[in-house]
Design a protein around this ligand. Structure first.
Ligand code: HEC
Ligand code: HEC
Ligand code: HEC
Ligand code: HEC
Length: 193
């Protein structure tokens, strides 16, 4: 995939190429290099085994995995109606916090990334194209260089957990963190920090 970095810049050629290879989402890093969102299924491949701590299954059972789906609920419709929004599952005013990488759409073609999977791993850990490979993941330094946020913090949470949320009732970071906790079992660690 790195070869496509040569082609960076938002030219039409680039967009068409990305689309042809099924890359729906992209974000530029501070050097202007594009790193794409790969979607939760890519993380699932490695992060669903018991030895590593089943982060995928823990996430899948968490509210974040149903964040998009819940925009179709009666409660969501009631909130949306008051704000003159016809369909919360189509409105950027709701999708911005209930999905991953909202607003970074390239032409909507085949991709492993699915917006309907809600607030995915990459919402907190950063786009995975460059780090979601074994040789990178086992090395914290390489992982960080490839864009992995190893320790998402309170600030990360508050990009969504804030008073712009129509249902906001405050946010207790420690309590919230405990509810989504998905650690790597200590004995399995390969020396990560
Ligand atoms: C090819 C397998 C593989 C894939 C794919 C993969 N990971 Fe990993 N990941 C690992 C391994 C192995 C570790 C290291 C575990 C350890 O420290 O013992 C790891 C560690 C991590 C860590 C902790 C890093 C640290 O230093 O503590 C995070 C966070 C993480 N992965 C997130 C993700 C996310 C998000 C995705 C998908 C975008 C992903 N991984 C995809 C294998 C993978
Ligand atoms: C600023 C980010 C943000 C925006 C924008 C946002 N939400 Fe949310 N939404 C959240 C967060 C965070 C929660 C969970 C905690 C809370 O209520 O603050 C949530 C929870 C919800 C819930 C409750 C889910 C459940 O069943 O427990 C509904 C329904 C909902 N939002 C609908 C909407 C609708 C409809 C819109 C658009 C009009 C919207 N949200 C816009 C962040 C946001
Ligand atoms: C809502 C934000 C959020 C989402 C979504 C999320 N994580 Fe995390 N993740 C965190 C936080 C916060 C930590 C703890 C960071 C720390 O240790 O300081 C963490 C830690 C981790 C760790 C390291 C655990 C350890 O023991 O150090 C791995 C591995 C990981 N996440 C993988 C994933 C994978 C895979 C997904 C998706 C299936 C995912 N995360 C989804 C926020 C998130
Ligand atoms: C991209 C936006 C986003 C980020 C970043 C995010 N969340 Fe959330 N979170 C949501 C939404 C949206 C919901 C509501 C999902 C639903 O129920 O439909 C939610 C729900 C939750 C809930 C359940 C709240 C309840 O009252 O039921 C907890 C706990 C939570 N998040 C913890 C965290 C933590 C801890 C972090 C940071 C490490 C974090 N979140 C980061 C969007 C986000």
């Amino acid at each position: 995939m790195r070869i496509f970095r040569i082609l960076y810049g938002m030219s039409l050629t680039f967009i068409v190429l990305c689309s042809a290879f099924g890359m729906l989402h992209a974000r530029a890093d501070e050097n202007g290099v594009l790193i794409r969102y790969v979607g939760d299924e890519t993380c699932e491949v490695c992060h669903s085994s018991a030895s590593i701590g089943k982060q995928f299954q823990i996430w899948q059972r968490s509210p974040h995995a149903r964040a998009y789906r819940d925009l179709g609920s009666t409660e969501a419709m009631t909130i949306a109606r008051k704000m003159n929004i016809a369909n919360p599952q189509k409105s950027p005013k709701c999708l911005s916090c209930h999905t991953t990488a909202t607003g970074t759409h390239l032409p909507n073609l085949i991709s492993t990334f699915r917006s309907k999977d809600g607030v995915q791993c990459e919402s907190c850990h950063g786009p995975g194209e460059d780090y979601a490979h074994y040789s990178v993941m086992i090395d914290p330094v390489k992982s960080r260089e490839a864009g992995l946020t190893i320790h998402p913090d309170e600030k990360t949470c508050k990009t969504c957990h804030n008073s712009s949320s129509p249902t906001f009732k405050g946010f207790d970071y420690q309590q919230a963190l405990a509810r989504i906790s998905h650690p790597i079992p200590k004995k399995e660690r390969m020396g990560h920090s």
